[in-house]
Ligand binder design. Structure first.
Ligand SMILES: O=C(O)CCC(=O)C(=O)O
Length: 282
């Protein structure tokens, strides 16, 4: 690891622009170990023979193709990546941005292999999982040097205090911003392997396909503040399943500024009767 904490300038940049960049945060030696682990996870996978719980293959390749698009949940499943997500210096930096109580959120590795690596269209992470507040961020670690030719991350600064943009068409989630947004100020974050980008959950971001001969592998993992609770939409988020008994489905969740006690259940699946009965003995 290089400098241990974020500088005041980096903290300021995050709060003003919705992202900040820490170059040289992860050493070349540590990056090599992560790459070895990726090779081990990918193993002998081919388009016709791979574990869909572990990874996703690039489309449009023949059955013997070995092009992997994404590895799922590395920071939960594989020790070197778990260690990265619990690294004390990483957590110290995240604490500087969203406070001291941190919940690990999710992770993935996007492989973006030479000449083919899939495009990621403009989106805000909050669109994929609503939270009760915006203290949530993703960290994006470049495992290879990244520039425009191999599809480095692009962000639109100063949008994190704006609203969540429309990510739907005719009421159906499209996984990308579907309204016209101003991309004139978009910034391409070109940087060396070992750079970590700290990305606010409301910052629109994207990346182009890889048109070069170099890979652009990236680990992405996230944290939320412990008081940023996920909003459980459950089946309501499926287009056709809810039982509207009058009027129309709402495609917007209205949030009010409230500070609510979260019910911490003693055990999973207890009924009201059981909880109240238990309470008599306390
Ligand atoms: O890999 C990238 O360039 C960005 C990835 C991203 O935003 C995502 O997978 O949600």
């Amino acid at each position: 690891m290089g400098e241990k904490m974020l500088s005041p300038k980096q903290i300021n940049q995050y709060s003003e622009n919705g992202f900040t960049v820490k170059r040289g945060m992860i050493s070349k030696n540590d990056i090599s170990k992560l790459l070895v682990e990726i090779d081990r996870i990918v193993g002998e996978s081919t388009a016709s023979h791979f574990d869909p719980d572990t990874l996703e293959m690039e489309p449009d390749q023949d059955y013997s193709g070995r092009l992997v698009r994404r590895i799922y949940d590395p920071c939960t499943k594989y020790e070197p990546f778990v260690n990265l997500s619990e690294n004390i210096e990483v957590l110290n930096c995240v604490e500087q941005l969203i406070g001291p109580n941190l919940v690990f959120n999710q992770s993935k590795i996007n492989m973006k292999l030479p000449q083919i690596g899939s495009e990621v269209e403009w989106h805000q992470d909050m669109a994929y999982g609503l939270l009760t507040n915006k203290k949530c961020l993703a960290l994006l670690l470049y495992l290879d040097d990244a520039d425009k030719t191999n599809g480095c991350l692009q962000v639109i600064p100063q949008q994190h205090n704006n609203r969540l943009f429309d990510h739907s068409l005719k009421g159906v989630f499209q996984g990308k911003v579907t309204e016209n947004i101003d991309k004139n100020n978009a910034v391409a974050i070109e940087a060396e392997a070992g750079t970590v980008i700290f990305l606010h959950c409301m910052t629109p971001h994207s990346s182009l396909p890889n048109t070069s001969n170099k890979p652009r592998r990236t680990v992405i993992w996230g944290y939320r503040a412990a008081d940023a609770y996920p909003v459980n939409i459950g089946d309501e988020g499926l287009v056709d399943v809810d039982r509207i008994v009058r009027g129309q489905k709402s495609h917007n969740a209205i949030f009010e500024e409230m500070n609510l006690q979260v019910p911490m259940y003693p055990q999973k699946g207890m009924s009201l009767y059981e909880i109240q009965e238990r309470s008599k003995n306390i």
